[in-house]
Design a protein around this ligand. Structure first.
Ligand code: AMP
Length: 285
């Protein structure tokens, strides 16, 4: 496995692989790997000839006061983990390499309207603009035919799918299922911020979603009833400060009063220093 630091070298490697008829897959990440990241890499490894993992903590998706500086980083551990999966290249550029003119001020930004301003976009109004911008840059630097993202970040996946479709990026996007800890907590690099007592209550995001799933399986289709039962679950976890519960369609993220079609139920909550998100998706005939 090779670690690549420059855009020029990375693009040349991918162009050469494609010219040789290879299928290239890219897994964009911010590093500090856990099994959720590794699952995406395994999937890419199974489906592609050449696998590129990008590792870049992107400053433009963090607002001032968010956890950019505190975000966990461990390049050595990450490269060992990626190598153990059989990844071919880790693209780990510096901030200067990605944003040579600086990441503030006069820059081109990619804004996916609508989808970026709901749910997590309410408390993080510039976040998805940063994500869409860096992912479009990565799609140009690593012009892979396939790209892999986690359904855990359902809104991010919706934004990226929309961006790729609207800007005609010739890349096939796969959304892979959420990988969870044994008790159900969705794996996240930010779980390391949790104190033990917060970690115990963090699982209530999953418990609330499970309650929603139970109701849906027993035939409930009214989103207000589902939301109320989720709120009831959260009342048992005083350390979980719920930011939102969203019940919407999974493509346009439009709120649903009555569940039908491709339904996304998503939650965000602050637990101590950590801001956690989770979701489940349902296909309702
Ligand atoms: P991050 O490094 O947190 O930006 O995540 C990189 C990629 O891994 C994104 O596509 C995430 O959606 C995905 N991901 C993060 N956590 C999980 C998880 N628990 N299960 C599956 N995918 C995940």
């Amino acid at each position: 496995m090779k670690v690549i630091k420059t855009k020029t070298e990375m693009r040349r490697i991918v162009e050469q692989a494609k010219a040789a008829g290879k299928m290239v897959g890219v897994v964009p990440t911010m590093g500090y790997f856990h099994d959720g990241h590794l699952e995406l890499m395994r999937r890419a490894r199974a489906e592609c000839d050449v696998v590129v993992v990008t590792l870049f903590v992107n400053p433009t998706q963090f607002a001032p006061g968010e956890d950019l500086e505190a975000y966990p980083r461990d390049m050595e551990r990450d490269t060992e983990m990626a190598e153990s999966i059989g990844v071919d290249y880790v693209f780990a550029p510096s901030v200067d390499e990605m944003y040579p003119g600086g990441s503030e001020g006069s820059v081109t930004l990619v804004q996916v309207e609508g989808l970026s301003s709901v749910m997590c976009g309410c408390s993080r109004p510039t976040h998805f603009r940063g994500v869409a911008t860096v992912v479009s840059k990565l799609f140009n630097i690593v012009p892979a035919q396939k790209a892999y993202f986690g359904q855990k970040d359902a809104q991010q996946l919706a934004v990226i799918r929309r961006m790729a479709a609207d800007l005609d990026f010739p890349v096939d996007i796969t959304g892979a299922p959420t990988v969870r800890e044994p008790d159900g907590l969705a794996m996240s690099s930010r779980n390391m911020y949790l104190a033990p007592v917060e970690r115990e209550q963090a699982v209530f995001l999953f418990k609330a979603l499970q309650a929603a799933r139970g109701l849906i399986e027993s035939g409930e289709r009214n989103s207000r009833s589902i939301e109320e039962s989720m709120e009831k679950v959260f009342s048992g976890a005083p350390l979980v400060d719920v930011e939102y519960i969203a019940i919407c369609d999974s493509i346009y993220l439009r709120p649903l009063e009555i569940l039908s079609g491709e339904v996304l139920i998503a939650v965000a909550a602050r637990v101590g220093r950590a801001r956690l998100i989770d979701n489940m998706q349902f296909k309702i005939e």
